[in-house]
Design a protein around this ligand. Sequence first.
Ligand SMILES: Nc1nc2c(c(=O)[nH]1)N[C@H]1C(S)=C(S)[C@@H](COP(=O)(O)O)O[C@H]1N2
Ligand SMILES: [Mo]
Length: 348
Amino acid sequence: MARNPSFRSGIPSSEITPEPVYLDRRAFMRGATALAASGVLLGACGSDDALPPAPAVADLDPSASARPPTATPAPGPKVALAGPDAPPKALASSDELGDGLTGFDDVTGYNNFYEFSTDKEEVAGLAAGYPTEPWAVKVGGLVDRPRTFAVEDLVKQFDQEERVYRLRCVEGWSMVIPWVGFPLRKLLEAVAPTGQARYVRFETIHDPARMPGQGGGPYAWPYVEGLRLDEAMNDLALVATGLYGKSLLPQNGAPLRLVVPWKYGFKSIKSIVKIDLVAEQPTSLWMDAAPNEYGFYANVNPDVPHPRWSQSSERRIGELRRRRTLPFNGYADQVAHLYAGMDLETYF
Ligand SMILES: Nc1nc2c(c(=O)[nH]1)N[C@H]1C(S)=C(S)[C@@H](COP(=O)(O)O)O[C@H]1N2
Ligand SMILES: [Mo]
């Protein structure tokens, strides 16, 4: 086990705290120890994103485990993003496992985007009207053809397709989202990585004047994430520009964000302004904040618990019963080979 065993000790599953509350509490305790122990802050996790005790197997939706877990999704059809007045519409109505789409209102109203708020139901309101035009993403580092792309050019240059993916947050909830976008691989090929490039580093916009969450807290802003180059080149890794047939809204990471469906949601970095090909493994914002809890790989894995809660099941937003979490979030057929020979507890 790579992690400090003290993180695993003695915390009943009924009292586990979702990451924002926990990390905020850590930061808070640095300044004011008296209140921290009082349970005032623990009270904040009484909302439905606090995980209930681990379910008995009988509580799990039996159809979830009966399905073949690793069917290959068909490549998505080409789509054009609809204008702002068009109603949100997806071409598909379910994912390749038969799971229905999460409703548009949940996808756009229940968000992790700490730059705005750690309260998932507050993000959309705070992000409303965030200016995302014009927007450019600078792609460089160890590449032969560094280039700054305007988003409107990216959308024209690369065919936009719909991809229905499950999104599994490390906190234990999940959604099924009809994204619109293009494979990250196409963007990387356009800049021609050199032989030295081994990882890809992504950076979110840094805008503390408009993003209240960047004004403080325990985090090393801007938000940074990373992938190994072969992970980034896998066909599932998507640059999303829209969802439900429309351009992304600010709360979902407009105008473009990463979607890596076999990894916990925090790897799917939003509102990207910079992408660099690098030689060394990047340190993500989460690795910096809590290295024992959030690893670089962060592959969805029901067999490797988070230090403070089990990852064996999840709450699909809109469903009552918890369902089993699938290895690699159900995408093992496409990605398990990337980790052949690696100990997935060490490289969590
Ligand atoms: N820049 C940035 N990207 C981010 C986050 C964030 O706080 N900031 N949260 C991550 C987490 S924890 C999740 S689960 C997903 C949520 O994406 P969604 O709100 O579009 O469902 O975004 C990820 N990307
Ligand atoms: Mo998440």
